[in-house]
Design a protein around this ligand. Structure first.
Ligand SMILES: C[S@@+](CC[C@H](N)C(=O)[O-])C[C@H]1O[C@@H](n2cnc3c(N)ncnc32)[C@H](O)[C@@H]1O
Length: 303
């Protein structure tokens, strides 16, 4: 890094300057923010050790030379290495809670956050007592569920020990140890005999075409969290085939498949997926009940 300071020294001007650089360099947003200004703001607040809800008057304050250099260094790393801001900061927000993140787990950003915040209303008949966050990554979905359903026991499972280590950090952050269990498992392999009222999953679902086109920011995330075969459905096919045995009688399965939703409809014409809507954006999240899965298996002649 060159030892230089930048002309605009007020925080607001500095954020604008960073956002302009991000735009000019063609960065990709979508790991916690969706625009260059918020991305620059998040790095500035982190550089200054200021909280997210800082007063807007902060924008008028001048930066010292050291502060400018520190933030410029963060901007440079964001641009030159294409590291998502959440990884530079080591934190991401999901469903109103901050989660520790690092490249061992995906940056939380699922639209499922919106469903959790509304306690999955109106889709659950009763408050779930047992919840499974399948493919938990940082633990964001399961831990947020534990907050919104304080009576529930929650299992976080993932095939990646690395991801589960990040989830453990977040369990400790929120002191949820008593109600949470971590399980290393390939899909349901280590969950035999357990039944859940709610299974929520944001599994890998990126198809080969989308994977090849992904901006460099995504290369910092674990590939095992993104790629799922030619049509993006390798994991979800298995999940739909096996979920029945892990749901209670009134159990509900909620799964994100993003852009692979069309391929899923084609692959399972006999299943009536309920595609959920989001006010804050996002798509490709379906809901199936245990009864639907049961009927589907019966129609295939599988007991
Ligand atoms: C898209 S990430 C989602 C992480 C987190 N739930 C979130 O929303 O940020 C998918 C996760 O699935 C895990 N995974 C991939 N294949 C798996 C498998 N066969 N069984 C269980 N987990 C798997 C990955 O390790 C990764 O953590």
């Amino acid at each position: 890094m060159k030892n230089e300071t930048i002309n605009p020294v007020r925080i607001g001007d500095f954020i604008n300057w960073g956002a302009d650089r991000f735009e000019a360099e063609g960065l990709c947003f979508g790991h916690g923010t969706d625009n260059s200004w918020d991305e620059a703001l998040s790095l500035v607040l982190f550089g200054l050790s200021m909280p997210w809800d800082s007063d807007v008057s902060l924008l008028q304050r001048s930066l010292s030379e050291d502060e400018q250099l520190l933030i410029k260094c963060l901007f440079d790393r964001r641009i030159n290495e294409r590291i998502p801001a959440a990884y530079l900061i080591g934190e991401a927000w999901f469903a109103g809670f901050a989660f520790a993140v690092d490249p061992r787990a995906l940056v939380p950003r699922s639209p499922i956050a919106e469903l959790i915040e509304s306690r999955f209303s109106p889709w659950l008949k009763a408050s779930p007592e047992a919840i499974l966050d399948l493919c938990t990554g940082s633990g964001c979905i399961g831990i947020a569920c534990a907050h919104y359903f304080p009576e529930a026991d929650v299992v976080l499972s993932d095939i990646s020990i690395d991801a589960l280590a990040v989830a453990e950090q977040n369990i400790q952050r929120y002191q949820l140890g008593k109600r949470m269990k971590k399980v290393e498992s390939d899909l349901f392999a280590s969950l035999h005999g357990q039944r859940f009222d709610l299974i929520v999953a944001n599994p890998p679902y990126v198809n080969a075409g989308d994977l090849a086109d992904m901006p460099n920011e995504f290369l910092h995330e674990p590939a095992i969290g993104l790629a799922s075969g030619f049509d993006g459905l390798d994991f979800t096919r298995r999940l739909i085939g096996e979920a029945l045995d892990y749901l209670t009688e009134e159990g509900v399965l909620i799964v994100e498949v993003g852009n692979s939703w069309r391929a899923l409809e084609d692959a399972f014409p006999a299943l009536s997926f309920l595609w959920l809507d989001f006010e804050r954006g996002g798509h490709g999240v379906f809901l199936l009940t245990r009864q639907q899965l049961d009927a589907y298996h019966l129609s295939l002649g599988i007991d």
